[in-house]
Design a protein around this ligand. Structure first.
Ligand code: NAD
Length: 438
């Protein structure tokens, strides 16, 4: 019999907890992200009804990026762009070139951008991109062709009011300039606002290059102050000496901290008397390996985690602090410069051991804050001084950290959970207010 009533009989349908394309998502960065979302739900009341919107990205694209190599041969790479959530504004997030990057990792990185932009209250959502390539094995001209083809392939996904890429691991100002140029050629007009982290000559913001590392030092200062301590005299160990780790190390040293250990992809060194970050940057910039840095002692990579220090700054890749090394860490504070450097298990071990973890979504938010400034400056066709950029960065981050610290203290929860509670409340409140279309 045909049911002619205007309202159909409804039957409860359970939404599967995970979308099918995720596969076994219990491990890896996406698994870590999901577990972090789960920890928030008891704290956000009726908004938890929207939690599934955080457990599945809004949209993504996987593209083939073919390359004609300099020697005439052909190569193919997988590229990704993920919009995790855009409830509060356009997607925002970096582009990573790495041989191990994959869709699940880019989803997690996009998810952390959703949380990060909300935690510091920027009018953006979360996005991320990646190309599965090891740039060390390709010429500059080849990387330019890969970047331009990738940009064209994901062209439908990006735009100044839609999704604004920025630098991440192994991408920099030059890559942003290629993206800006390719996008502009494809749409037929110069569109500097499609990326941030551009060269200053193309509308980039003063202070953007150092912003993430600078932000790490602002957040460290605020955390140490609340513990009655000071950056001066703090012994710091840094994993990753690139944009984030290298800049943070230099600024920490300028404020009187001592850099006692550094690890990068080429090895690990220690020097209890203090490693000069400026000299190390010159050494690495000249193509030398880290373990030949004069005056410092090379150590095994595994032993880096057990170095005697006060503050550990992971500023390389995800999932570096694991159950295997968390028991050896001697720092009293872990400042997450990298995205997702601490696994779920390691986080519990660090908490049990009384080690304070300052989560990535606050610790490394300096970059996206100054990216926001860049986007605003481009929109108003007006450039701010570097002092103005740094002062505004300092204020926004210090205020955001104060809110997270208060939330953690009042609810007696970890700083990460507190940051997620604040961010998820803002994101899901926006979701709730917008309602569902149709
Ligand atoms: P980068 O490419 O400039 O530097 C990466 C550093 O990590 C290099 O020193 C490299 O030698 C080191 N490294 C790579 N693999 C390693 C390994 N297996 N062991 C030890 N060291 C290794 O990248 P970046 O921009 O400084 O980004 C570092 C981290 O910070 C990433 O997790 C990124 O997502 C995060 N982050 C970056 C920004 C930004 O503005 N650049 C903003 C927020 C978060």
């Amino acid at each position: 019999m045909v049911d002619s009533s205007p309202v159909r009989q409804t039957r409860a349908v359970a939404t599967p907890r995970l979308p099918s394309y995720v596969g076994e998502a219990g491990i890896g960065p996406w698994g870590t992200f999901l577990a972090q979302v789960d920890r928030v739900l008891p704290h956000i009341g009726h908004l938890s009804q929207w939690a599934d919107t955080l457990r599945r990205p809004k949209r993504f694209i996987v593209v083939d990026v073919p390359l004609r190599r300099d020697d005439g041969s052909l190569a193919h790479f997988e590229g990704y762009r993920v919009h995790h959530n855009v409830s509060r504004g356009p997607g925002k997030g970096g582009l990573r070139f790495h041989p191990d990057v994959n869709l699940a990792e880019v989803m997690a990185l996009a998810g952390w951008m959703t949380i990060k932009t909300a935690a510091v209250n920027l009018p953006f959502g979360g996005a991320k991109g990646g190309v599965r390539i090891d740039p060390a094995h390709f010429s500059l001209a080849e990387l330019e062709r890969v970047t331009r083809r990738y940009t064209s392939e994901i062209g439908l996904m990006i735009g100044p009011e839609m999704d604004i890429p920025a630098p991440d691991v192994n991408t920099d100002e030059r890559v942003m300039a290629w993206i800006m140029d390719t996008y502009s050629m494809n749409v037929g007009r110069s569109t500097p606002r499609v990326v941030t982290g551009k060269p200053v000559s193309l509308g980039g913001s003063l202070g953007r290059r150092e912003a993430t590392g600078r932000g790490c030092t602002v957040v460290a200062r605020e955390a140490l102050r609340r513990l009655g301590r000071d950056v001066a005299g703090t012994r710091v160990a840094v994993q990753g000496f690139g944009n984030v780790g290298g800049t943070a190390a230099r600024l920490f040293a300028e404020q009187g901290a001592r850099i006692v250990a550094v690890q990068d992809v080429g090895g690990s060194i220690v020097d209890e008397a203090g490693i000069d970050p400026a000299a190390l940057a010159v050494h690495l910039g000249a193509g030398q390996r880290i373990d030949s840095f004069p005056g410092a002692t090379p150590i095994a990579d595994d032993d880096f985690w057990a170095v005697d220090c006060d503050l550990l700054l992971p500023a390389a890749l995800s999932n570096q602090i694991t159950a295997a090394n968390a028991t050896r860490i001697r720092a009293s504070m872990v400042l997450e410069g990298a995205n997702g450097p601490t696994t779920e298990q390691a986080e519990d071990i660090l908490a049990d051991r009384g080690i304070l973890v300052i989560p990535d979504v606050i610790a490394n938010a300096g970059g996206v804050i100054v990216s926001y400034f860049e986007w605003v400056q481009n929109a108003s066709n007006f450039a701010w001084s570097e002092d103005a950029v740094n002062a505004r960065l300092d204020r926004i981050l210090a205020d955001a950290f104060a809110v997270v610290w208060r939330e953690a203290t009042e609810r007696n929860i970890a700083l990460r959970t507190a940051a997620f509670v604040i961010a998820c409340s803002r994101i899901l409140e926006a979701r709730d207010m917008r309602g569902l279309y149709p």
